[in-house]
Design a protein around this ligand. Sequence first.
Ligand code: PEP
Ligand code: MN
Length: 349
Amino acid sequence: MIISMKLHATREEIDDVRKQVEHFGYKVHSIEGEERVVIGVVGVGDVTACMESVEALPQVEKVVRISAPYKFVSREFRKEKTRIRVNGTEIGGDEFVVMAGPCSVESEKQIMQAAEGVAKAGAKMLRGGAFKPRTSPYDFQGMEEEGLKLLQKAKKATGLAIITEVMSDRDVDLVAKYADVMQVGARNMQNFMLLKALGKCGRPVLLKRGLSSTVKELLMSAEYITAHGNSEVLLCERGIRTFETVTRNTCDITAIPALNELTHLPVILDPSHATGRRSLVPALSRAGVAIGADGLIVEVHPAPEKAISDGAQSLDLAQFQKMMKDLEPYVRLWNESRKTQALAAAAGL
Ligand code: PEP
Ligand code: MN
């Protein structure tokens, strides 16, 4: 159950709601919106009686019963898609947004060339890991703060927003100083300490689906961030582990429309980690546009053969430019389809 308070409800009025809810055996989890307080209620009890009694309280605007275990991120809670503004670009709205850049920040020259190249091709955000989750402890672990500073420099030069990974709750403040969007890697999707800390980071979060996680588990992890105070979460399908070995992972492409049914959060496709092979990235990207993703996050490197990580799945700048050009007709259809959906929603269909 979610309770929306009227604008400017006082502390006492919120406490009255809390007491009433607890009286029915439920637990309150309150999040404070900018203008109005929204209270999440969890537990087991007599839902109908509790709802009726809370609805009768002054300053309660609306009570919504939500059957999904994820509450704040469910479509039941919010019908309209969440739009997230990042550095002048809106994700989840009327624009298909492409984020691109290398797997890791490796040097000033590499990140500047990548940034200039992807900006020229039409990307709106620059990706690049400064903290890298590597399977082997002997592999390159990232440039850490020095890498974050290089990303900042690339942002100054190109105007691109920065998306970069945070691996630990201890690094949240440091990464938030430089990042416009905080990325949670697949291996950290259920790092609950990190998710809780990101609830308070003041930046949008891109949450990648875990290697062996279900769509429902992904939504529960998004719920952690939201329940701890941050409703700006982007979800990312990046392929899951199956018995197939031709591709690095298996892209669960259906997860995209499934997520669009289950949640109001924007959904991003990562065709690079989903395939592991650069030759497959353009085709999967087209599929992502066609199936209704809100954007892509693509690995691009000025010299993929020299990349320290994920070279095999990285496009070079010319390949990325071509891919963006080839995506144009698909993006035009995407725009048409968004307009049709908006008209249908306005007509209550
Ligand atoms: C990455 O984006 O470079 C990365 C490590 O991705 P994932 O967490 O999806 O494996
Ligand atoms: Mn990578």
